[in-house]
Design a protein around this ligand. Sequence first.
Ligand code: ZN
Ligand code: ZN
Length: 355
Amino acid sequence: MDTQEAYKELGLDPSASDAQLKATWRRLVAAWHPDRNAEAGAGRRMQIINKAYQHIRQLRDGHGNGADEAGDHRTEAAESPTADAGEAAEAQAPGNTHVRKVSLTLEETILGCTRTLRGHYRYTCNACVGKGQRVLAKACGTCHGSGAVHKTALFGWLWNSEECAECGGDGRLRAPCDVCDGSGELAVAYRRRVRFPAGLREGHVLSVPALRHGEIEIGLELQVEIEPHLFFTLDDDGVLRCEMPVNGYAWMAGRWVEVPTPNGVQQLRLNRDALVYRLRGQGFPSAVRGPRGDYHVKVVPVFPAQEDPGQEALLDQLIAMSTSMAEADHSQPLGQWQHRMKRWNSSKKEQARDH
Ligand SMILES: [Zn+2]
Ligand SMILES: [Zn+2]
């Protein structure tokens, strides 16, 4: 990025004051911060804005004014460390924040986790302030130091002069920057162990303080993404849910089944009067680092879809046995019912006989 581009990116004129520069940068960062801006390229855009700001700050801090020819002050910047460390830190910090996404599993967000993050951070080469070239004290080979080249028109008697494209008109020789090999950018690989607290939700942004990697300090801005889970879903209201099929007969019989929970497999006793089971304190944290909410397991009793002679025979046996037992006990609803049915039926028959 060159100076002109940097000012253009911020929508500023090079004559803008330091205060205007800072205010504009703050406004743009607020608008493009991925925390507040859902647009796909927001993170990348913020990096560009930070880069532009960093570029201009470096120019101004190195020179004390808005002069934008890289050649003269570049050597100064390389040789003398920045005087005011606090100010430099303020100018550098926004540019050295790597904004990236981190994908966590639901279990990791529920229980908290530690992850090792590896990445590459690209930043503007300080030696050439991103121009990719150095200006030498020698004359430009194309224009021989005049900064202008002559253009020959037809027949050679009309002479025109235009700015030398090679040196941009200042007449000085340029060489590729040897620090960045002419790219204007440097990259540093980093590796950080980051602790993620429990209770992070999709879209949460985590700031990790800057640490030195290579020759710069890099802070991380991590945007949390939650991977879809095989069993668990997290509702917007923060309730963790799971829906699982269970054997219908096991459900009727109140048997134990194994259910998945964020902490592992757990035994759950089915109850034929219940389809939803609330496991207290086993759900998603109510807030970051907060206590865990409830986990709701919904069971879907499944009965055989096809009639199986063996199972039918067993069911007939079961029905016959339970009916005779129920009928014997008139205090039970089924026994009472059968008793009433018999009485009602026989009174009908008597009425029919009387008429
Ligand atoms: Zn030239
Ligand atoms: Zn360079």
